[in-house]
Design a protein. Structure first.
Length: 171
């Protein structure tokens, strides 16, 4: 598990994972409200060099960000308001899956059927509490955690490169 102390570090992690992403990849983001899913995706979009800005697609559900270079487009999905498999299927994500990289916020338990292989990035908020100079406890609301898990064969061989950017995940 990585501990991140700023939005800039979360963005850097998104860029690093995008550096090993390939067309057809699916990245599922899991974590509570405020854990940094959209911030991570902003960095991921920067890493893919796609047209922005990257904002939460909460009300539009899915947004396509075309590449500004020869790379794949980013399909950014927010599955928070999606209740059923039929709702996911109605988005026709499989139409663009082969040529783009799809990042799905709130996707765990909702979009695994889209691909045989995917990367789950789990983000968390961890209140870092320490004793201040006055003896009172002080917290750091910017502390986030990030860990990843590859499912299937597609991310094999790329995870070591990812670890090179981010360090080994620890449990």
């Amino acid at each position: 598990m990585l501990t991140l102390h700023s939005a800039a570090q979360m963005i850097a992690c998104g860029r690093a994972i995008a550096a090993v992403a390939e067309p057809g990849d699916v990245v599922i983001l899991d974590g509570p409200l405020g854990a940094g899913k959209t911030t991570f995706t902003r960095g991921f979009g920067e890493g893919l060099n796609v047209r922005g800005p990257i904002t939460s697609p909460t009300f539009v559900i899915a947004r396509v960000h075309p590449s500004l270079s020869a790379g794949p487009a980013l399909v950014h999905v927010d599955a928070y308001r999606i209740d059923s498999l039929e709702d996911i299927d109605s988005l026709d994500l499989d139409e663009s899956l082969e040529d783009s990289v799809t990042v799905v916020e709130w996707g765990l338990g909702r979009v695994e059927h889209l691909a045989d292989t995917y990367l789950v990035v789990s983000l968390g908020r961890s209140k870092s509490v320490q004793e201040g100079e006055d003896g009172n406890l002080a917290g750091d609301d910017d502390v986030r955690t990030l860990e990843w898990r590859a499912v299937g064969e597609g991310w094999n061989g790329r995870i070591p490169r990812l670890s090179q950017f981010l360090g080994e995940p620890r449990n």
